[in-house]
Design a protein around this ligand. Structure first.
Ligand code: NDP
Ligand code: HEM
Length: 496
């Protein structure tokens, strides 16, 4: 830190700080402006005014290209069960151990001012400030995703956002993509169930979706999937309720989260892990690197692990939530990404977008800063505000000893070889409809859920072109023949 050891933000509300220009010079009237005489023209020398305007002109930073609308809070993770038999991850190493965390929930497709209640998956991103570095869980509220080929992500997102000509949301674009990329069907079943419109961020689950590896120092590892189940109970809006709220209170989820924490009603989630050994994974019915598939819970039970509680609101939304930078590549010793190609691509994409959105030193922003990082070989760059490692050498110098801790990557099981190919993960086949049908049956367990699903799809699909509608009916018929015809019937009525 420089000469000023009392940063502006540390003034308390009961103190009365002297108002100054941005360079710290006291000034009498924040609304006054300089001119010669009572009616004279504005003087360029008025640094206070010019600086104020110039700063205002630059108040906005790029919004997130996806997940632009969100809300967040601080909390803690507590280990409730011993899982030392499967992993050495420091954060889990003792029952009762607590780790501070920050969460950001979000919708995906809408812009920063869009309605919280929109039908959309929800982001469920967590940053844990562990003793061995920041560990980010960049999850969604659905256990699967629309695609398993990373190349499709920008294409898919374009179709869920705005038409390049009309700048309108476009039902034809939306369903044209989904009905021609039918590996999406499982996620479509989640999106158009009432869980596609959660009542609030507090009332939804979070899922890793991807498979990771949790390792031990002896080189052994297990494949994992993480689930965070809401202790508030899963609660949803109907399509009508969500639509009404979009105009009446588009910020409802943001408000609900803030007010609950302010009242001391701290939301919590029970955290579970599903585990497959490498041997089990090899013989598993499903490809564990296919992001469109779950691990059925009857076959791979949920093992309880800990509890996440949110207990503190932020002081400043922009500083602490907008500037948050999560990445699936922010990992800690004991965790490794699997070869899931979507996950592998995400490892690149997030730090890349952060360098664009927040700058190369995004990890120095206080909310992103790890408890202790020491990497003096990364130096300079815009906004190097943490002292820039002072006089420390910027190369591995024989005059400055560092401690290098041994963290070995796990190479015992996975060995890949073969000629380079350029192709899809896998062509769509009947298997892609099995778990979608499983969810259709789950919806059938609660009265009214299947009817709502049909209504939710029909209302949206009726805005699409006829040939896109026809292809979409065929897609739903592959889930269940009755579902396809019910959607056709309702949609065609609405389209008329
Ligand atoms: P199970 O019967 O063991 O689990 C069903 C799951 O469905 C539960 O996790 C439950 O979550 C969830 N669920 C209940 N109602 C809904 C709903 N309206 N919309 C979305 N999810 C709901 O079955 P399987 O594990 O064999 O999975 C069957 C289907 O359930 C899958 O095809 C998948 O789509 C879906 N599912 C599976 C999950 C998994 O990881 N295995 C996770 C979530 C959904 P809760 O306990 O919170 O109510
Ligand atoms: C946000 C890319 C798939 C969850 C983002 C952002 C990008 C991105 C660029 C904006 C980040 C920022 O500006 O801070 C991608 C790519 C994907 C992909 C390229 C696939 C190839 C997924 C999947 C999930 C997911 C599968 C969930 C399992 C999230 C979440 C956020 C996010 C939760 C918001 C993080 C926050 O709150 O700041 N994604 N994404 N994404 N993504 Fe993805």
């Amino acid at each position: 830190m420089g000469a000023n050891d009392t940063p502006a933000s540390t003034f308390r509300y009961n103190e009365k700080p002297v108002y100054t220009t941005s360079n710290g010079a006291p000034i009498d009237n924040p609304e006054g402006w300089q001119r010669p005489g009572p009616m004279g023209p504005l003087l360029l020398q008025d640094f206070h005014l010019i600086d104020q305007l110039a700063h205002f002109d630059r108040e906005r930073i790029p919004e997130r290209v996806v997940h632009a609308k969100g809300a967040g809070a601080y909390g803690e993770f507590e280990v409730t069960h011993d899982i030392g038999d499967i992993t050495s991850i420091d954060m889990f190493n003792k029952v009762g151990k607590k780790t501070n965390a920050v969460v950001r929930f979000s919708t995906v497709g809408g812009e920063k001012g869009s309605a919280d209640s929109a039908r959309d998956p929800r982001g469920f991103a967590l940053k844990f400030y562990t003793d061995e570095g920041n560990w980010d869980w960049v999850y969604n509220n659905t256990p699967i995703f629309f695609l398993r080929d990373p190349t499709k992500f920008p294409l898919f997102i374009h179709t869920q956002k705005r038409n390049p000509q009309t700048n309108l949301k476009d039902a034809t674009m939306f369903w044209d993509y989904l009905s021609t990329h039918q590996e999406s069907i499982h996620q479509i079943m989640h999106l158009f169930s009432d869980r596609g419109t959660p009542y609030s961020y507090r009332h939804m689950n979070g899922y890793s979706g991807h498979t990771h590896k949790w390792t031990k120092p002896d080189g052994s590892f297990v494949y994992t999937q993480v689930h965070l189940k809401t202790d508030q109970g899963s609660k949803t809006f109907t399509n009508e309720e969500a639509g009404k709220l979009a105009s009446e209170n588009p910020d409802w989820h943001t408000q609900d989260l803030f007010e609950a924490i302010q009242k001391g009603e701290y939301p919590s989630w029970t955290v579970y892990v599903q585990i497959l050994t490498p041997e089990q994974a090899e013989n598993f019915r499903w490809n564990i690197f296919d992001l469109t598939k779950v691990w059925p819970q009857k076959e791979v039970p949920l093992r309880p692990l800990g509890k996440l509680t949110l207990n503190k609101n932020v002081e400043n939304y922009f500083a602490e939530i907008e500037q948050l930078a999560f990445s699936p590549s922010h990992l800690v010793p004991g965790v490794e990404p699997s070869v899931d190609p979507v996950l592998q691509s995400r490892l690149f994409s997030y730090p890349d977008t952060h360098r664009h959105r927040l700058g190369v030193n995004y990890q120095q922003i206080p909310v992103n800063a790890p408890l202790r990082a020491f990497n003096p070989f990364q130096r300079d760059g815009a906004m190097a505000v943490n002292g820039n490692y002072g006089a420390n050498p910027n190369y591995p110098s024989s005059y400055r000893q560092l401690t290098y801790k041994s963290v070995k990557p796990t190479v015992t099981h996975e060995k890949w070889s073969g000629a380079a190919v350029h192709e899809l993960f896998q062509e769509v086949n009947d298997d892609d409809f099995v778990q979608a049908k499983g969810l259709w049956d789950v919806l059938g367990r609660t009265s009214g859920q299947q009817e709502n699903f049909i209504g939710n799809v029909s209302g949206h699909l009726s805005g699409a072109h006829q040939d896109t509608r026809n292809r979409t009916y065929e897609m739903f018929s592959r889930v269940d023949a009755g579902l396809g015809s019910a959607i056709r019937e309702q949609t065609e009525k609405l389209a008329k």
